[in-house]
Design a protein around this ligand. Structure first.
Ligand code: GUN
Ligand code: ZN
Length: 466
């Protein structure tokens, strides 16, 4: 085995900053070097001129004009919607689910089709440089097997779990199970796939999540049973993933219907084992530092505070929120609560697989918030959302998310395509070196497309498409 050195412009966030500290943590090394040891860990990240002599015999990889960034982390993407991006549903969330998404997801009952989807899903995420993700899974165990198998054979990271639905209308019927089956299948998936590659969650590439689709797709009984199940598996590093406070159409939207059905004022409470009609005493909470809630667009202060208190993360999915008319997450207020925020494509509610496209839309949305709420996100905050914040949301920040020495070497080599290279070469830059640094990172993040993602590495291994 050999050590490898990659030469390029390094951008990452060093240490363990909060998103509000990302600016200070931003590292930019135009003439940088990244040394990956034969153990797949980062042995050195710094100036090219400072590479320790012990790596003199390492294999050299020059990337002239290229950039070295941590691998992108997608904290909310739907595997069974691989072919459902940009589906026309003639309405907002609930109509779109009924008309487009449930029928699309039902097709994965066919194992051959599910395998095709898993191969394509894996190919698309590699093309987008997504090295780690929380993937909302298929209802069908064989489809989940295909997803985990393809992920492992490519050498990528994933946290995923079958989407659990126990109630729904006609269009959801193929995706429904009984209450008992929901728990049995989830337990079987955990036993089969959680840390299946190494046997140890601390070193594994694959992990399992408990994934109730959202409160409207399950019953209070399902949530209570899943709370019990999570309590049983929490210490083994199992995850929880679902949707929260996405569509606020008055009366007929997701949030109003949820509160009415569960007879509560707080959507979050339905996941927190509190105020459920089936019990006066409440149930076990699904919240915690390995829980990711997608969207959280329309939260009350108490809900965001509770997420922050429990270490629960938000998967921010601005592309999908725009597509489904879900509104804009209040950026300043959410950040101020201290809750961890990461980025999600939400494919197929989102029609882009590339995390930097999510970051670009986040920037555009939050600068457009009305009045004092509008904010121009710092490019370091954008980088945080797409890398370190994602690793934190997956509770694996100690393993990847930045390029600090000792971390597992998950990174992407970006070799700008011709249009981006032309912009980078000719854009006006400030005389102030720090502002010039920020301007370069911003232009890079806004301008990256799949065509600029040249190489993708996980644990120091080059990942190639299936
Ligand atoms: N809420 C419940 N299911 C879904 C889904 O598939 N996509 C989105 N965006 N929201 C949901
Ligand atoms: Zn979603």
């Amino acid at each position: 085995m050999t050590d490898h050195i990659h030469y390029g412009h390094v951008f990452h966030l060093s240490g363990s900053p909060l998103i509000t500290e990302a600016d200070d943590a931003l590292v930019s090394i135009p003439d940088g070097a990244l040394v990956v040891g034969d153990d797949g860990r980062i042995a050195y990240c710094g100036e090219r001129s400072g590479v320790p002599t012990e790596f003199a015999s390492a294999e050299q990889h020059e990337h002239p004009g290229g950039f070295l960034l941590p691998g992108f982390v997608d904290t909310h993407i739907h595997f069974p919607q691989t072919f459902a991006g940009a589906s026309y549903g003639g309405g907002q969330l609930l109509e779109w689910l009924d008309r487009c998404i449930f029928p699309a997801e039902a097709r994965l009952a066919d194992p051959g089709f599910a395998r095709t989807a898993a191969v394509e899903f894996t190919r698309r995420r590699i093309a987008a440089g997504t090295t780690a993700m929380m993937a909302f899974g298929s209802a069908f165990p064989a489809a989940q097997d295909a997803l985990f198998e393809e992920t492992l054979s490519a050498g990528l990271r994933i946290v995923s779990g079958r989407g659990i639905q126990t109630v729904g209308d006609e269009s959801a019927r193929p995706l429904l199970t009984s209450e008992e089956e929901a728990i049995r299948l989830t337990r079987e998936e955990i036993e089969k796939w959680h840390a299946a590659d190494t046997g140890d969650p601390a070193t594994a590439l694959v992990h399992v999540a408990i994934v109730p689709r959202f409160s409207l797709s399950v019953t209070a009984e399902t949530l209570r049973n899943l709370g019990e199940l999570y309590d049983e598996y929490r210490d083994r590093g199992v995850y929880v993933h679902t949707h929260l406070n996405e569509n606020n159409r008055p009366g007929t939207g997701e949030i109003d219907i949820t509160k009415k059905l569960y007879r509560c004022d707080s959507y979050l409470d339905t996941y927190d084992g509190r105020f459920l009609p089936w019990s006066e005493v409440g149930g076990k909470s699904l919240l915690g530092r390995r829980t990711i809630l997608a969207h959280a667009v329309h939260c009350q202060d108490a809900e965001i505070a509770r997420m922050a208190e429990t270490g629960t993360s938000i998967a921010h999915c601005p592309i999908s929120q725009l597509f489904l008319g879900s509104g804009t997450m209040p950026w300043k207020r959410t950040v101020a609560s201290g809750v961890n925020i990461a980025a999600g494509t939400d494919v197929g509610g989102g029609d882009e697989w590339l995390i930097p496209r999510v970051l670009g839309d986040a920037f555009k949305q939050h600068i457009s918030e009305p009045g004092d709420a509008g904010v121009s996100m710092h490019p370091a905050e954008m980088l945080f959302l797409g890398t370190l914040g994602g690793a934190r949301a997956l509770d694996m920040e100690d393993r990847f998310g930045n390029l600090d020495a000792g971390k597992e070497a998950d990174f992407v080599v970006i070799e700008p395509d011709a249009p981006l290279a032309a912009v980078l070469a000719n854009a006006v830059r400030s005389d102030d070196p720090l502002l010039a640094r920020d301007q370069t990172l911003f232009t890079l993040l806004m301008g990256i497309r799949e065509s600029s993602i040249a190489e993708v590495y996980v644990q120091g291994r080059r990942i190639t498409a299936p």
